[in-house]
Design a binder for this molecule. Structure first.
Ligand code: SAM
Length: 249
């Protein structure tokens, strides 16, 4: 077994089934492996991830990315062909690339403000022959005011990008009414929930659910916070680039 292959693959496959009631196809499994190898290769020149051990990559990038869309994988939340998904602050491509690999009929925009990262992801996606992603260099605050992007996404994913209220200001303007923003969080406090409830109300959203779980290999506690768009977002949001982070709602 080479250093870059996933050890204990049958066990990991069983974990998908046990935890998400879903399994990758052999072709998707193969794409996960190729993605891991390509990320490691590009990581030599550019800091795409600090998770380079096979098992931590599997758990914290692949499994965690897909845990966020567990209700979609189980069919509880339907994904329709052509649905638009955006990963805001995708960095090394997480959670957006694994999501695109398992939802090939949806279009996944991978947004990041760092050009070098998006250039690397574009090459990686070409090498994987993945056609349903749109790598995009830009700021969430600018995209949220762009007429082609505003109120056009069904799902917005945000992991390790900004505090909850800032993430909500990035996500809600981009969502269609009925669309969901998924905030991937480590810890989650009642204070954060109180603050987020207040923020999403101003942006036309509600907190739909807070889902606590533990990761399957290292038992780390994590949360997925779903915010739902229920009304149009007032035009003044998102505010200018940098303002949401400097003066969170
Ligand atoms: N989501 C990835 C993950 O969980 O591995 C990457 C997280 S990385 C810590 C945060 C990324 O968000 C960085 O690549 C940064 O350039 C990007 N970012 C931060 N603020 C942003 C904004 N307002 N618009 C677009 N990208 C942003």
């Amino acid at each position: 077994m080479n250093q870059t292959s996933f050890p204990k693959l049958p066990e990991l496959t069983a974990i998908w089934q046990d935890t998400l009631n879903w399994q990758p196809t052999p072709a998707q499994q193969d794409l996960f492996q190729q993605l891991f190898e390509l990320i490691l290769e590009f990581n030599q020149q550019l800091n795409l991830t600090r998770l380079t051990e096979p098992e931590e990559f599997w758990e914290k990038h692949l499994w965690d990315s897909l845990r966020g869309i567990a209700p979609v994988l189980s069919g509880k939340i339907p994904a329709h062909p052509g649905d638009k998904i955006i990963d805001i602050g995708t960095g090394g491509g997480f959670p957006g690339i694994p999501v695109a690999l398992v939802l090939p009929d949806c279009s996944v925009t991978l947004l990041d403000s760092t050009r070098k990262k998006i250039t690397a992801l574009t090459t990686i996606l070409e090498q994987l022959n993945i056609k349903n992603t749109i790598p995009w260099v830009g700021r969430a605050e600018a995209l949220g005011q762009h007429p082609k992007h505003r109120e056009s996404y069904q799902l917005a994913l945000l992991r390790a990008v900004a505090p909850p209220s800032v993430s909500a200001e990035y996500a809600l303007p981009l969502l269609k009414i009925g669309g969901l923003g998924i905030l991937y969080r480590g810890h989650w406090t009642t204070e954060e929930e109180k603050q987020l409830t207040f923020t999403v109300k101003q942006l036309g959203g509600i907190i739909e659910s807070v889902d606590e779980f533990t990761t399957p290999l290292t038992n780390s506690v994590r949360h997925c916070v779903s915010i739902k768009k229920v009304k149009y977002t007032p035009k003044q949001y998102p505010r200018n680039v940098g303002v949401p982070g400097q003066k969170p709602l």
